[in-house]
Design a protein around this ligand. Structure first.
Ligand code: SF4
Length: 400
């Protein structure tokens, strides 16, 4: 490589400056295809039985990126996130083309975090090396369970040995790695989860995402539960599982920095922190969401969910935007609370006052604090306690 050539996007990786609370500016890229649909999934993911024309999609991503860049002039990209769907079904050249387009449209921080979500079943060493060469510097693996029978029940296409292989490969190739596990699975006891989590922590680098299984309406799991054929841990067991998760990860140096995300200090996901710190971000691809400044203030922007419809819209009109709504100060305040109270660092009340033009409801705050749901971290910062995080929607409703 020419020693004087600029480093490609994603080449440099540094720890987050602790305790930076800057939200940054992120670009989210949604790849909407999966090899199979998991029975608990309500994401915008689609199975196609014929090959997806990746060149055509890459061209459409470039066009929509240009539109979003035009809406966010002056922003400096601090993170890019390829989510889905299954982005590890993308060819490395598709990923490279999108990253080149991002670097051409915006100024990009030299140490920008570039994450790609990967499924262990779609992992090949060559493809991983290709993503790394394209500029991906962080992989988030959908491991979901270290238990073969549960992986089958979750409808996953990989087994534990494939997951271990993918983790090993990712650790070798990428500077940063996270993987996801789902807990509160049918029949899971606290003891079984603690043993599985301890094994996961042994395998982990410095970041883990640990989600409780939620049964979403419209999914096959929802129908099974309604028919009494799927029994998931109830409120009390689910609270015990959550507490065991917090205790074990904290003891092993991966404390929760967000309800479901755990990291060593400095290894937090910058991209997700942009959402939770209520920063601005552009979303491209079918069903992507963004928060961008526009006429009158902050806009909620969303694109068409159906992949082929989105593709045609972009080819005809340069973007698949179907929602572009100016948020009211009240909506912004709700979003700031809902996002920020997920974080262990909590929220800055001065910012909340600036957005809403009013103070937090002190009587509600005192009441929630009395019930152990929120706490002050200083004169102008509050956060949800672990008990409060479990009922966050209700806490936010009370505070507004
Ligand atoms: S792989 Fe992920 S996005 Fe695809 S169906 Fe399964 S849970 Fe949904």
């Amino acid at each position: 490589m020419n020693a004087h050539a600029p480093a490609p996007l994603g080449a440099t990786v540094t720890a987050l400056p602790v305790p930076s609370r800057e939200p940054g500016f992120g670009v989210y890229v949604h790849w909407p295809f999966c090899a199979a649909k998991c029975p608990y999934c309500d994401f915008n993911s689609h199975v196609r039985h014929q090959a997806v024309d990746q060149e055509r999609y890459a061209a459409a991503f470039r066009r929509e990126l240009a539109v979003m860049a035009g809406r966010s002039k002056g922003e400096r990209v601090t993170s890019v996130f390829f989510g889905g769907g299954t982005p590890s079904l993308m060819l490395p050249e598709t990923v490279a083309g999108i990253l080149e387009a991002i670097a051409g449209e915006w100024a990009v921080a030299p140490d920008a975090e570039v994450t790609l979500e990967a499924n262990p079943s779609s992992v090949e060493a060559e493809r991983f090396r290709g993503y790394r060469a394209a500029g991906v510097n962080r992989v988030s693996l959908g491991v979901q369970a270290l238990h073969d029978e549960d992986l089958r029940r979750l409808g996953r296409l990989h087994d534990v040995s494939q997951a271990l292989h993918a983790i090993g490969l990712a650790r070798e190739i990428f500077p940063r790695l996270s993987f996801d596990l789902i807990y509160a699975r049918p029949g899971q006891t606290v003891e079984a989860w603690e043993a599985e989590l301890a094994r996961a922590i042994d395998l982990a680098a410095d970041h883990l995402s640990l989600y409780q299984l939620t049964i979403e309406e419209g999914t096959p799991f929802h129908a099974l539960r309604a028919a009494g054929k799927l029994i998931v841990p109830d409120g009390e067991l689910s609270a015990d599982l959550y507490q065991a998760t917090q205790d074990l990860t904290r003891a092993r140096g991966l404390p929760a920095y967000e309800i479901s995300n755990h990291a060593a200090p400095g290894a937090e996901s910058r991209h997700n922190l942009t959402y939770w710190r209520y920063g601005l971000y552009a979303g491209v691809g079918p069903g992507a969401h963004g928060r961008l400044m526009g006429p009158g203030g902050r806009h909620a922007v969303a694109t068409e969910r159906h992949p082929e419809t989105w593709l045609r819209m972009v080819e005809d009109w340069d973007s698949g935007i179907v929602t572009d709504d100016l948020l009211t100060p009240e909506e912004e305040a709700d979003e700031l609370l809902l996002m920020g109270l997920r974080l262990a660092e909590g929220i800055d009340l001065a910012r909340w006052r600036r957005l809403t033009g009013r103070d937090i409801d002190h009587a509600s705050e005192a009441d929630l604090a009395g019930h152990g749901m929120i706490e002050r971290l200083g004169p102008d910062r509050i956060r949800a306690t672990p008990a409060g995080m479990m009922v966050l929607d209700a806490v936010v409703a009370d505070l507004c």
